[in-house]
Design a protein around this ligand. Structure first.
Ligand code: KE4
Length: 434
């Protein structure tokens, strides 16, 4: 499969760049980290996507996580079609929101309330405000390389597109906004303890990704999440567990319910999968904290399209397809994709570190295991870029950044795996050729 003629995509990108900054609606899509022009897709079906030049690819981006059932799943498409026939938004409550909230709480019984928003950024931004209101404190602690969306307070030494663009601290974030955010190396218990020793009564919350996947995939050190729960409780701070990436992807109740135990985080952020490919995210947690949100409590938060009935229907229908067999398939498929790519890179003599956290996988082009952003930044990004284009030219669409997770779906079958296995050896040899 040769998909190297992408001239129509390039023409669209030149046209887009005249009216949209960088020609994209989100920076990581621009291929700046890997070079070349982004691919413009016109359709997707299951594990496959088709671009404007008619090229077909196995999709390992999956819209960065939402497309857990693959593209154009008929049950989701049918449910959404039925809803939009009767309008798409009322700016009023709908049963769809309640049904989705009930499903989320059924899967995450340690949470008691859910508030819907339209993006993961809004979810974590709301979590900051709630934590500061609930504790009366200002400081937020986050980990270098963890990405929680682009609200000012969290866009400090973030991962994902920020790292890809080499913008560890984005211009436009004021000293005031960033000044209440403390960043520490991921996984560093001593650094966390030192921050609490320095500010024992000033930290509103500690934020972490359940399993960091915005610096590439870094499985949390054993017990680290429970350690964060314990130390925040000890000092009267909240623990905010960002499951925008992991939520309902790595298991029926997400990361905490599958892999952790003991007292739960105070707040969870969800997104991606719970919108089923439509704009919907959520903050969830204890009633004691969540019921401080207006109109019940004084903490203001709002949104024109929050809890949109089309998105809520898509999200609920998506979750309803995700049974134990689906999660078992996703786990096995993610592991197989990682094995195929790693075996090819090993055969080509390319130093690399395959890493996995649940069904989130990625490969670092460095032979040492990656435990934090400093380790991740040491990788050979150019080698990743050569591998990326080698795969793309052979019909496999990887995330266009060495600092992202690769995503599979329930639709990734033997045909998709065979296509990946066919592309990987030559792509790996291109990665090796410096
Ligand atoms: P959104 O605002 O993009 O919906 O969610 C922000 C967010 C919050 N928390 C975590 C753990 C996340 O991974 C994200 C967003 N993920 C990136 C992919 N690494 C979105 C892709 C993009 O920025 O275009």
């Amino acid at each position: 499969m040769n998909t190297s003629d992408r001239s129509t995509s390039s023409a669209w990108h030149e046209r887009a760049g005249k009216v949209v900054p960088g020609g994209v609606s989100s920076p990581v899509r621009a291929f700046r980290a890997v070079g070349g022009d982004p691919v413009y897709f016109t359709s997707g079906e299951g594990a496959w996507v088709t671009d404007v030049d008619g090229n077909r690819y196995v999709d390992l981006v999956g819209s960065w996580g939402p497309m857990i059932l693959g593209h154009a799943h008929p049950t989701v498409t049918s449910a959404v079609t039925d809803v939009v026939r009767h309008s798409s938004s009322f700016g009023a409550p709908t049963a769809a929101e309640t049904l989705l909230a009930e499903e989320i709480l059924r899967r995450v019984p340690v949470a008691e309330r859910v508030r819907f928003v339209s993006s993961g950024t809004e979810a974590t931004m709301t979590a900051i405000r709630l934590a500061r209101a609930a504790t009366g404190r200002d400081l937020i602690v986050k980990f270098v390389g963890c990405y929680h969306g682009h609200s000012d307070a969290l866009l400090v030494q973030a991962g994902s597109g920020v790292m890809t663009l080499g913008l560890p601290n984005s211009p436009g974030v004021t000293a005031g906004a960033a000044g209440d955010t403390i960043t520490v190396p991921y996984g560093d218990r001593a650094a966390v303890e030192a921050v609490f020793e320095q500010y024992p009564d000033r930290i509103a919350a500690v934020f972490t990704e359940a399993a960091p996947a915005n610096m590439g995939v870094v499985p949390p050190p054993e017990g680290f999440n429970v350690f964060l729960r314990e130390i925040t409780a000890k000092f009267g701070s909240l623990f905010v567990f960002d499951e925008v990436m992991t939520g309902f992807r790595v298991g029926p109740g997400g990361w905490w319910m599958r892999y952790e135990s003991g007292p739960a985080p105070d707040l969870f952020a969800y997104g991606k999968v719970i919108g089923g490919g439509y704009p919907l995210a959520a903050v969830a947690g204890s009633a004691a904290v969540m019921d401080q949100l207006a109109p019940l409590g004084p903490v203001y938060q709002a949104g024109t399209l929050s809890g949109n009935p089309v998105a809520a229907t898509a999200g609920l229908t998506t979750l309803q397809q995700l049974d134990d067999a689906a999660y078992a398939h996703i786990d096995a498929t993610a592991a197989e994709v990682l094995r195929i790519a790693s075996d090819a890179l090993t055969a080509a003599g390319v130093p690399h570190s395959p890493q996995r956290a649940g069904s989130l996988v990625s490969i670092y082009f460095t032979e040492n295991p990656v435990r934090n952003m400093a380790d991740a930044s040491a990788q050979d990004e150019a080698a990743f870029g050569r591998f990326f284009h080698g795969m793309l030219d052979r019909g496999v669409s990887l995330p266009p950044s060495a600092y992202e997770a690769w995503f599979v779906s329930t639709a990734h079958d033997d045909e998709a795996l065979s296509a990946i296995a066919a592309a990987a050896p030559d792509a790996a040899r291109e990665a090796a050729a410096d």
